[in-house]
Design a protein. Structure first.
Length: 277
């Protein structure tokens, strides 16, 4: 599928979906998601190749009485000028039992994996294994916010054998549709796991993972980081942060086992910043 408009493959209120051996080149317009699963369940996406201007594979819930359940994303190759695999937005209904395994990501402007609940959804049970990223903007972004109402929940996230190298510079430079530049330097941004005051993310495990960041920051960035409760969620939403490897705020039950974080250049900030955990 080449040059499709808007969300190229969109499945609303469906069940028992198999998407296999599909190749999508979708760079005709900035809003070109590759595959969107909306309020559907029992879905398998495997052996697919995606090259998209917007999010490549995205799970969404538009209905508070709907949701997304029982999804396997396996053995896919992805390039995106947004995020490679993303939960959200919107996120109104429950999202449960999501598995991501053996996914290769390259030249991707935003996050390799983004998990977001900002419209009241409960995201419960996400298992991620064997994910690689090369020349990308961010390895991992997990955000519990309150764009509508008081916020939902994110719990029971398990990430193992993730290996990501963040680029210095713009990963999608020169492509027909590039991700939008922001006012800050994305090279300075770490993994972000952030809930909001009064709503904590619960039980996140990272095990046997390797992350490499550009480094090179000479400022400590010790300013107060705003909550941004109602803001649209992206890994750069908080601006520059006081750590280069991991920034974790408003989370309970964070476990790090055999995690390697390195920088290419020295960085003056802390490797890990924990707040209200």
């Amino acid at each position: 599928m080449r040059g499709g408009a808007s969300w190229v493959n969109t499945y609303y209120n469906c069940q028992h979906i198999l998407i296999e051996h599909v190749k999508i080149i979708s760079r005709a317009f900035w809003n070109n998601d590759g595959i969107d699963i909306c309020d559907s369940k029992d879905v398998v996406i495997r052996h697919c190749e995606l090259d998209t201007a917007d999010d490549a594979i995205c799970l969404k819930s538009h209905q508070s009485d709907g949701g997304v359940e029982n999804v396997l994303i396996q053995s896919c190759k992805i390039r995106s000028s947004a995020s490679a695999v993303k939960i959200g937005t919107p996120t109104f209904g429950r999202i449960k039992n999501i598995r991501i395994d053996d996914v290769q990501v390259r030249d991707t402007f935003r996050s390799v994996i983004a998990i977001e609940s900002v419209d009241g959804s409960t995201v419960d049970g996400v298992e991620i294994k064997h994910v690689t990223g090369r020349n990308v903007g961010n390895p991992l972004f997990i955000r519990l916010g309150a764009r509508t109402g008081t916020g939902g929940a994110i719990r029971n996230i398990r990430i193992e054998q993730m290996d990501v190298e963040v680029s210095k510079g713009k990963p999608d430079l020169g492509l027909p549709i590039e991700g939008p530049l922001s006012a800050h330097n994305k090279d300075t941004l770490p993994i972000v796991i952030s809930g909001i005051s009064g709503k904590k993310i619960e039980n996140v495990l990272l095990r046997n993972c390797r992350f490499v960041f550009p480094g090179g920051c000479v400022s400590t960035h010790k300013r107060e980081v705003h909550e941004a409760r109602a803001n649209y969620p992206e890994f750069d939403m908080f601006g520059d942060l006081p750590s280069w490897g991991l920034y974790a705020r408003h989370i309970t039950g964070l476990t790090l086992e055999n995690i390697t974080c390195d920088t290419v250049l020295p960085d003056s900030r802390q490797k890990i910043w924990l707040e209200d955990n």
